[in-house]
Design a protein around this ligand. Sequence first.
Ligand code: PMP
Length: 358
Amino acid sequence: MRVYNFSSGPAALPESVLRRAASEMLDYEGSGMSVMEMTHRSKTFLEIIREAERLLRELMNVPLNYKILFLQGGATLQFSAVPMNLYRKGKADYIITGQWAKKAADEGARYLEARCVSTSKDKNFTYIPADGPEAFDGDADYCHFTTNNTVYGTRFASLPETRAPLVADMSSCILSEVYDVSKFGLIYAGAQKNIGPAGLTVVIVREDLIGNALPSTPLILDYKTHADDESLHNTPPTYAVYIAMLMFRWLKEQGGVAAMQRQNEAKAKLLYDCIDGSSFYESHIAPRDRSLMNILFFTRSEELDKKFVKEATAEGLVSLGGYRTVGGMRASVYNAMPYEGVEKLVGFMKDFEAKNSR
Ligand code: PMP
């Protein structure tokens, strides 16, 4: 039996995508082999990776002066690749709204002057700092921020105002809402939440930012290497690219990113309304800053939180435990989580509240 999987990542994929992959597992389109077994230089695989790129460009409305790269190494490797490739004068702004943002800044500091321009650490990352342009160094090589904070359940509802190229870690919200790509210098995301299996990392980078990497940059971390070779410099994560291609087709069938955003807003509203409408559950995050993807909630005690997660699991609502340093519950409701899954969770929350209220 399939469960409703609220994991923060690797995360649920649409059943239709998994079924399609299963049906093509032994023989992809008459090739007599699985995509997993196929050389990345074959015409068949080239068609897969080109279709993935074309669909992603269409779904996110990526302008033609941006390259889309399909890489490996996870979002974490981009923490290093970004400063190595974008270093010009040697300083960058970082907005620290959570532990991933902090890790990115710490890694940046190994290569350049990584200035923390603002942070929400004072209130345990429960809000998004609202800084005006004066907070930022317009002369910085770039300004890095995390659009959605997977661990703390916050998201930027509007973009930071800076003249420096914006660099966004979109790992946990790419394709979940409409972003104007032309406002960014670079976007990166690990695939394992909204795109497909772990092992693939997507980078969308404006062309003028490519080609000036620090001389010590390993060839494999230089965006130019991958841009010149169209993500085929070495073996890409072929099967993950194939599943991403199926995911992009699925997303298009759902009506694209704008339609998905409406659905995500509806799912998030259902959950936040349930939390706000009860005196049993609470959210620590101001409504404007709340994530649409990772929805955190707490009962009055750790003991009850643990009981909640255990009993929910028995009902087929799995991976609801909060991040280990945060506790409570976290429902990750990426694109592939159907509305019915959230309805079932809300039904369970109401039952649990009725049984456990004093
Ligand atoms: N950034 C964000 C916002 C994340 O949520 C994660 C993973 N959960 C990472 C970076 C790290 O990604 P990876 O494991 O792909 O390196």
